[in-house]
Design a protein around this ligand. Sequence first.
Ligand SMILES: Nc1nc2c(ncn2[C@@H]2O[C@H](COP(=O)(O)OP(=O)(O)OP(=O)(O)O)[C@@H](O)[C@H]2O)c(=O)[nH]1
Ligand SMILES: [Mg+2]
Length: 191
Amino acid sequence: MLKNMKFETSVFSKNKIINTDLKQIVLVGKSNVGKSSFINTLSNNKHLAKVGNSPGKTKCLNFYNVNNDFYIVDLPGYGYSNMSKIEKENTSDLINYYIETNKNISHIFLLVDIRHNPTKDDRLMYDWLAQKGIPFTIIATKADKVAKTKIPEYLNNITKVLFAKENIIAYSSILKIGTAEIENIILNNTK
Ligand SMILES: Nc1nc2c(ncn2[C@@H]2O[C@H](COP(=O)(O)OP(=O)(O)OP(=O)(O)O)[C@@H](O)[C@H]2O)c(=O)[nH]1
Ligand SMILES: [Mg+2]
């Protein structure tokens, strides 16, 4: 669990991105994959981030301050078809700008649903991150939804579809699978 994690601000436009020297750990992934739930589990506070049954819950960049040491940044999900074209363009423009221009991003978690083949959007995001050179880890969410014995098979499949070289971790916000490993990655990248 990450202690002293507090919501700091929501950012809807490029010029409002906070100016800080603190390191940032960033969550990216398809809408509904479980990014906001991940924040709530890590902070042990189920009311910290808004979680939704319908995709498209998070529509801005949300900055969570951890003990004034670093930030965890929750991004809007991609691939949500009900968003208007303008909304989609604004969101992806904001995400691209934030990741492209920020020198303080020390690690990215790319979240994908353990049960499904990564989508075309996941592959595009993977390729984009891979060529950026920012270290990242793939998190396979909702691991509570599959049989424990099948987890390695699902992880292999995701790695194969993404042609990924990165480490991949099975994770569940409900059963707290993978949290210790993830916390270690966060702490090692924010020293
Ligand atoms: N079974 C299970 N459900 C989960 C898990 N994590 C999230 N969910 C559910 O998945 C849905 C979406 O979760 P969110 O955390 O809001 O997803 P998000 O990635 O933030 O979605 P956007 O804000 O739309 O991008 C909610 O109904 C959650 O309760 C998990 O580990 N296991
Ligand atoms: Mg969200």
